[in-house]
Write a protein that binds this ligand. Structure first.
Ligand SMILES: NC(=O)c1ccc[n+]([C@@H]2O[C@H](COP(=O)([O-])OP(=O)(O)OC[C@H]3O[C@@H](n4cnc5c(N)ncnc54)[C@H](OP(=O)(O)O)[C@@H]3O)[C@@H](O)[C@H]2O)c1
Length: 323
């Protein structure tokens, strides 16, 4: 019997992953590691063994790891959580004989980056290295680009719907030819669930819901909603680089004001693409290994929301499915 441990199960992705695991034809046994069990929805706490503990509690983490076939981490928080908190879990895997650890990545391919470039990914790159060196535990790193839900959000800043709900503006940096690689939270959870119970899967695995440039996204909007959004160029990639540094230098504490610009820059400059320029998407991506996952591209995603709802859909992730 496969036993899957999830650390961070109270979060948006953690809950979706748990639900996806429970929907599998042979659902695994679930163990959850949380700091506050009261935050778990009843459908989840009643379907799993819950172990409570803080991210730095080595004894509790070891108790959680006992008997797991694999541990999935879906933490999201400060660098210390993403690096030290994950290392506590990896150490617990090694001590408890858990052979695989699915790292809390679910993002762009951060491997070519250097420290300080796309800085929120520094802890993930360090954890990737830690897994490479750790004896007895294989890291599994699920790369999915940006979350589709995040790409459309007002936080990301690319989509500005009109108040009347009948149109809007797509705002973009770069020359407009750059592809935006995205996957929905829901698809990501489905892929994580399959990878978790597929014990031969190790190392970096890449999946994508879609990859389109801004003109193709505008065309998809026309196809789904019947209107062509306005396109507002904001400047070149070099302009974005200057603007994001200026914004951070002016007010470093105002993290969420400049963070999306950093993501946009390191996506549009091509350095973190899952399918690098000239590469064959079918060879890079593992989508076809799990054909039962119904892939949600830009158009399929838009069909689930009105143009106005798109910008707030990220906040309601899981709600549509009652999770
Ligand atoms: N590619 C993208 O565009 C993108 C966008 C967003 C997220 N992600 C990735 O998706 C994953 C999860 O994101 P999410 O949206 O599901 O995050 P979320 O909803 O904010 O959930 C975060 C989880 O981390 C836990 N956590 C936070 N601080 C903690 C601490 N100090 N100690 C222990 N647990 C702590 C939370 O527990 P509590 O409930 O107790 O707070 C919660 O379970 C992360 O790997 C993140 O990098 C990717």
């Amino acid at each position: 019997m496969v036993t899957v441990g999830i650390a961070g199960a109270t979060g948006k992705l953690g809950r979706l992953v748990a639900a996806a695991l429970l929907r599998l034809p042979s659902p695994p046994t679930l163990r959850l590691y949380v700091r506050d069990a009261n935050k778990l929805p009843s459908w989840l706490s009643s379907a799993a063994t819950v172990i409570t503990g803080e991210a730095d509690d080595r004894a509790a983490a070891l108790k959680f790891a006992q008997g797991c076939s694999v541990i999935i981490c879906t933490y999201l928080g400060p660098d210390q959580l993403m690096e030290d908190g994950q290392k506590v879990l990896i150490d617990a895997c090694a001590e408890a004989g858990v052979p695989r650890y699915v790292a809390s990545d679910y993002t762009v391919d951060y491997r070519p980056l250097k420290d300080g470039e796309l800085f929120p990914k520094d802890p993930m790159r360090h954890v990737y290295q830690y897994c490479q060196e750790k004896q007895g535990v294989e890291g599994v790193h699920v790369m999915i680009g940006a979350f589709m839900d995040t790409w459309w959000s007002s936080f990301f800043g690319a989509w500005a719907p009109h108040e009347d709900g009948k149109g809007g503006t797509l705002r973009y940096w770069g020359n407009g030819d750059e592809v935006w690689e995205v996957s929905s939270y829901e698809n990501t959870a489905e892929w994580i669930a399959r990878v978790a119970v597929d014990e031969g899967v190790k190392g970096v695995v890449k999946f994508l819901g879609d990859r389109k440039n801004i003109h193709e996204i505008a065309a998809a909007m026309k196809a789904v909603y019947g209107f062509t959004p306005a396109l507002e160029p904001l400047g070149s990639a070099a302009d974005l680089h200057a603007a994001m540094h200026a914004k951070r230098d002016a007010d470093p504490a105002n993290y969420y004001a400049y963070l999306p610009m950093w993501y946009q820059y390191y996506m549009l400059n091509g350095s973190t693409l899952l399918v690098p320029h000239g590469a064959d998407a079918d060879k890079e991506l593992m989508n076809k290994k799990y054909p039962d996952v119904k892939v949600v591209g830009y158009e399929e995603y838009m069909k689930m929301y009105s143009p106005k709802e798109l910008s707030g859909a990220m906040m309601g992730v899981g709600e549509k499915a009652g999770l």
